[in-house]
Design a protein around this ligand. Structure first.
Ligand code: NDP
Length: 255
């Protein structure tokens, strides 16, 4: 068997939260290119439609379900709908996330809750609902998008809610990996460094020194450089990997 076949996702199905732009969009395209049928979940119907259309132009099978995953009944009906479209759910990529830059004394309750509700609570609820489906079908692979912010404190901008949420995501990944291993469910995370997306304004001059110049590779990633690590963890190539946090940061956390 060719060595790369074990990375293939033919016949597999996947849900990607926040799959309509940025890292999530690159992940959904990479999963589909590897053979998976993919459903993306996002709030913005126009962006969802654009992502589906450009995937279809490229001959890829991606569908979208519109939902705000911080709203419990929207989350549950989105997963029910995705399950109905796909028939089974082999892969869940918990990618949707948000960041607020503000020093601790200026973080409002609203901002704190918005970040924790999406990055941690919505991820938890998605994982539990899909985890039950995976348990009943005999297994699956969950990939959480964490961050280097779980491991270092970013500069110069302060972002305490985001950093705390991502540290929780890394530890929840390990906790569920241990608990669900007997169910055949693997749970892993990818921790990206700075990636050029709407969330990370990597070209703004005030961020250049700490985000780019001080980093070993002296550049930000493209979303397409993060996606292959997700394909790996989702695939049978990672059959013995669970509870792993795969850091993909151009060396950022080395210094
Ligand atoms: P973007 O802001 O570009 O994209 C965020 C995605 O999440 C969009 O598709 C958005 O769609 C979706 N989303 C946001 N809120 C909700 C919601 N309530 N319900 C459903 N979907 C939602 O972010 P990135 O691509 O940069 O980030 C993706 C992930 O990668 C995040 O978890 C982020 O923390 C992580 N990350 C990013 C890094 C970076 O440098 N960019 C570095 C490290 C980690 P819509 O608005 O339509 O809902």
């Amino acid at each position: 068997m060719p060595a790369l076949d074990v990375f293939g996702l033919d016949g597999k199905t996947a849900i990607v939260t926040g799959g309509n732009r940025g890292i999530g969009r690159a992940i959904s395209v990479a999963l589909a290119r590897s053979g998976a049928r993919v459903v993306i979940v996002g709030r913005n119907a126009d962006e969802n439609a654009r992502a589906v259309e450009s995937a279809s132009d490229a001959g890829l099978e991606i569908e979208a379900v519109q939902a705000d995953i911080t709203v419990r009944d929207q989350l549950e009906s989105a997963i029910e709908r995705a399950h109905a479209i796909l028939g089974r759910i082999d892969i869940l990529v918990n990618n949707a996330g948000a960041c607020v830059h503000a020093p601790a004394f200026e973080v409002t309750d609203e901002d704190w809750n918005r970040v924790i509700d999406l990055n941690l609570n919505a991820l938890w609820h998605c994982t539990r609902v899909v985890g039950e489906i995976m348990r009943d079908q005999g297994g699956g692979s969950i990939v959480n998008i964490g961050s280097i912010s779980a491991m270092i404190v970013n500069r110069p901008q302060m972002q305490p809610a985001y950093n705390a949420s991502k540290a929780a995501v890394h530890q929840l990944t390990k906790s569920l990996a241990a608990e669900w291993a007997p169910l055949g469910i693997r749970v892993n995370a990818v921790a990206p460094g700075y990636v050029r997306t709407e969330m990370a304004p990597v070209d703004r001059p005030e961020f250049r020194q700490h985000w780019i110049d001080d980093a070993p590779q002296q550049r930000a990633a493209t979303p397409e450089e993060i996606a292959p690590s997700v394909v790996y963890l989702a695939s049978d190539a990672a059959s013995f990997a669970t509870g792993t946090v795969l850091v993909v940061d151009g060396g950022y956390t080395l210094w």
